[in-house]
Design a protein around this ligand. Structure first.
Ligand SMILES: Cc1cc2nc3c(=O)[nH]c(=O)nc-3n(C[C@H](O)[C@H](O)[C@H](O)COP(=O)(O)O)c2cc1C
Length: 326
């Protein structure tokens, strides 16, 4: 069975959202990227917040300095983490200007030395991986980087089929992902533009990858994990998601956030998730506007419950083209 991994996504796949996705049993989930320098400088309280983990979560780190990378990887391993990934894809200027993230794609020799040092320092059973793009300015050397991962005996390599320059625009190039899969013997996880179970199935089958990594496709949509699995197991998507399911999940998300965050941080963190859950739902935009004016858990939940009660009359499988005015 193909592996289904959840991508690291800064500002999205925090501890709370990983709790939600965990209900759908992905094979592996990664934290948002974590700066090795921040871990080195932080006090215990900040570290506990940054590295709040569910059992079996993988941690993604970013940085460049070999000693700091090794030191932090060892520290993370000492917390009981068994999957550690290194970010070689982040395109943000504040990251690349320091030589971190996708800037590493330009320096395969440094990648070899850095990943080799981390691998050597970690216990053999700790699973080290790297997540790359297919080039920096343009398509360049992803196969060379994948061969380095293979040579070092990494657990897997994840390939996002875009260059750094593309950021998140254009389409992910799964042909290159296939070429990488054909070129190396370690597991290759394909990533980019998986928004539906059918799309995930086709991309995985055509490229022959060992696993797929879901990112923007799981915005407000953790059911995608289950739907992809169903497509592989039965050839069909069985789970249909209704408006009511989406609102119930939004309410659960609020419940979890209440447990995980202080109220003043909540307001900032929850809004995007609620917009994603409400996307395409009749009456959703009115509620979204209202949500912008409310800043406490209970009032937001109340508004969602009212919307759910109204929709109870016209619950339809979630399909944007089927939205009905109520
Ligand atoms: C909001 C956001 C935050 C992201 N943060 C990270 C990150 O912390 N580490 C990382 O390796 N990739 C990060 N990514 C990239 C995703 O993991 C993934 O590679 C990319 O979105 C392509 O997959 P998709 O087309 O399915 O969204 C981020 C992407 C988005 C949209």
């Amino acid at each position: 069975m193909i592996k289904i991994y959840i991508a690291p996504m800064a500002g999205v796949t925090d501890y709370t959202y990983r709790r939600i996705m965990n209900k759908f049993h992905p094979d592996l989930m990664f934290t948002e990227m974590i700066s090795v320098n921040a871990v080195k400088m932080a006090n215990k309280k900040t570290i506990d917040q940054m590295l709040r983990l569910l059992p079996n979560d993988g941690v993604q780190i970013f940085g460049r300095d070999i000693d700091v990378m090794v030191e932090t990887a060892l520290y993370i391993e000492s917390l009981g983490v068994t999957y550690i990934d290194v970010n070689m894809g982040c395109p943000m200027p504040k990251i690349t200007k320091n030589g971190y993230g996708s800037a590493l794609l330009e320096d395969p020799e440094h990648v070899r030395e850095m990943m080799g040092a981390i691998k050597k320092a970690l216990k053999p059973e700790t699973k080290l991986s790297m997540k790359i793009r297919i080039g920096y300015k343009e398509y360049k050397n992803p196969i060379e980087l994948a061969k380095i991962a293979e040579e070092l005996g990494l657990h897997h390599i994840t390939v996002h089929g875009r260059t750094k320059e593309q950021m998140y625009s254009g389409t992910a190039n799964w042909e290159v992902i296939k070429q990488i899969k054909d070129a190396v013997s370690i597991p290759v996880i394909g990533n980019g533009d998986i928004f539906t179970a059918e799309g995930g199935y086709e991309k995985a089958m055509e490229s022959g990858v060992d696993g797929i990594m879901l990112a923007r496709g799981i915005y407000g949509n953790p059911w995608l994990i289950q739907q992809i699995r169903e497509k592989f197991e039965t050839g069909e998507v069985i789970t249909k998601v209704t408006y009511i399911d989406k609102i119930n999940m939004a309410l659960l998300h609020i419940e979890y956030m209440k447990e995980d965050y202080p109220e003043k941080q909540f307001n900032f963190e929850i809004r995007k998730h609620l917009c994603w859950y409400l996307k395409g739902i009749t009456g959703g935009s009115k509620v979204k506007n209202l949500l912008n004016k409310i800043d406490n858990y209970d009032d937001i939940a109340k508004v969602l419950i009212e919307l759910r009660d109204k929709l109870g009359m016209v619950d339809l499988p979630y399909r944007e083209e089927k939205t009905k005015k109520i």
